[in-house]
Ligand binder design. Structure first.
Ligand SMILES: [Fe+2]
Length: 439
């Protein structure tokens, strides 16, 4: 009998115990639980010829979006490619997708994962990778549609259906379809309370709809489930901090920063992004964060990430700008200028969004606010091209509003505030902005 994964898809494998570890790794990945890498490493120790084990190992490194993890991703890919002749067509397509991603051909990787899903709608690993790719590439409608294309072919009430619903919930949310998003997210959680992505999607809905009390309760009461053994915990703590920011409870947001967002001393880029974004929002409100910027900037500086993924580079720049570090800021801008001249998906993202945004952030740090406004105005409308969520990209809008205020461009500031008030008329933070810009 052939060995199969948790989706009942055949695996080129020789060792049933290795497949058990691989399946555990896949399950952990889908629910964002620690530690899929440990499990897949155990699988490959037992059976290095497990093709999908090599693919999964490569994906775990590649989808971290960390440039410094690329050598590990490439090593897994090389090991997987050496097994390609004996691999089945689906596994070969996975190898092609991973190859494209590691080479920086991100949209090509996305197309490979989609081709796998056309043939195998139940390939949850292809869905995971494709969906993460959509998020990183700002392919917002695909966050919804890629899942919707598959869901009718998935056994209802199966764990995979619950997992897909969690993915779909986030897609609906990013497309502004909040009622459907919340329904899908809650149904996914009814299927598996540990579906952290579904829980996170509902938190997004509550953030977008300004349901602050509910959002805080949603995350706090469920914290024992999502905060332990999850590599996504920091991001959900960040979401909780957003609710406190909206209430202007700076101390509560900073407490979350100290205890949880930076509590583990993580140098994982996805965690550093949330830390940078939170401190920047506090800075826009004039909150003194002490030496936190210096500490955070030092961690970004110790990493060599520039030029691989524009979204990350922008968040490194937040830290340098927040800390007022001219030399690393200038070096990063020079690196991004070179990157923008290149070819490939990240070069495009850097040219269109990453570089002008990084320049604007550094202009803010140097009190060149009118210049920041000029840089930010065109970027705001297209910032989705560098990925992330609406909640994350709101940082661009807030920075533009702040720059307009500091540049004395009151008419523009009022116009930008009108936009915010149209979405969240009841926001205490928006009322505070109104007082600042004299609207
Ligand atoms: Fe989020």
């Amino acid at each position: 009998m052939s060995l199969r994964d948790i989706f009942d898809l055949p695996l080129s494998a020789a060792d049933a115990a290795a497949v058990t570890h691989y399946n555990r790794a896949t399950n952990k990945l889908l629910t964002l639980n620690n530690d899929p890498l440990e499990e897949v490493t155990a699988a490959l120790a037992l059976d290095p010829s497990l093709v999908m084990g090599q693919v999964l190992r490569g994906l775990l490194y590649a989808l971290s979006t960390e440039k410094s993890q690329l050598p590990e991703a490439r090593a897994a890919l090389v090991a997987g490619q050496a097994l390609a002749a004996g691999a089945n067509a689906r596994e070969q397509a996975h190898l092609a997708a991973l190859t494209a991603w590691v080479e920086g051909r991100l949209q090509a990787a996305s197309a490979h994962w989609e081709s796998i899903l056309v043939a195998h709608p139940n390939d949850g690993l292809a869905m995971f990778a494709a969906h993460q790719g959509d998020f990183f590439l700002g392919q917002t409608s695909e966050l919804r549609d890629r899942v919707a294309r598959r869901l009718p072919q998935i056994e209802p009430d199966s764990p995979l259906a619950g997992y897909y619903l969690g993915r779909l919930a986030f897609g609906y949310e990013e497309m502004g379809d909040y009622a459907r998003a919340e329904d899908a997210g809650r149904r996914a959680l009814a299927s598996d309370r540990r579906n952290t992505w579904a829980l996170h999607a509902v938190a997004h809905v509550m953030e977008m709809q300004h349901r602050l009390d509910e959002g805080i309760e949603w995350l706090v009461t469920r914290a024992p489930e999502w905060s332990k053994d999850s590599f996504f915990a920091v991001h959900n703590w960040w979401h909780l901090a957003l609710f406190y920011l909206e209430r202007e409870q700076w101390d509560a947001a900073l407490a979350l920063y100290d205890e949880h967002i930076r509590g583990t001393d993580s140098s994982v880029v996805l965690d550093l992004i949330d830390a940078s974004a939170l401190l920047w929002r506090l800075r826009l409100q004039g909150v003194d964060v002490g030496d936190r910027w210096q500490q955070l900037a030092a961690i970004w500086l110790a990493r060599e990430e520039a030029g691989w993924y524009a979204f990350n580079d922008v968040h490194a720049m937040l830290a340098y700008a927040g800390a007022g570090l001219e030399e690393p800021a200038t070096a990063l801008l020079a690196h991004l200028e070179r990157t923008a001249l290149g070819v490939g998906d990240n070069a495009t993202m850097t040219r269109e969004v990453g570089l002008p945004l990084a320049r604007a952030l550094w202009a803010c740090a140097e009190d060149r606010h009118a210049e920041a406004v000029t840089l930010l105005l065109p970027v705001k409308a297209i910032s989705v091209r560098a990925g992330g969520s609406h909640a994350q990209r709101d940082l661009v809008s807030q920075t533009l509003l702040s720059a307009a205020e500091h540049a004395g461009q009151r008419a523009l500031a009022r116009a930008l505030l009108n936009e915010r008030l149209a979405l969240k008329p009841q926001s205490q933070l928006n009322r505070a902005w109104r007082a600042r810009v004299g609207a």
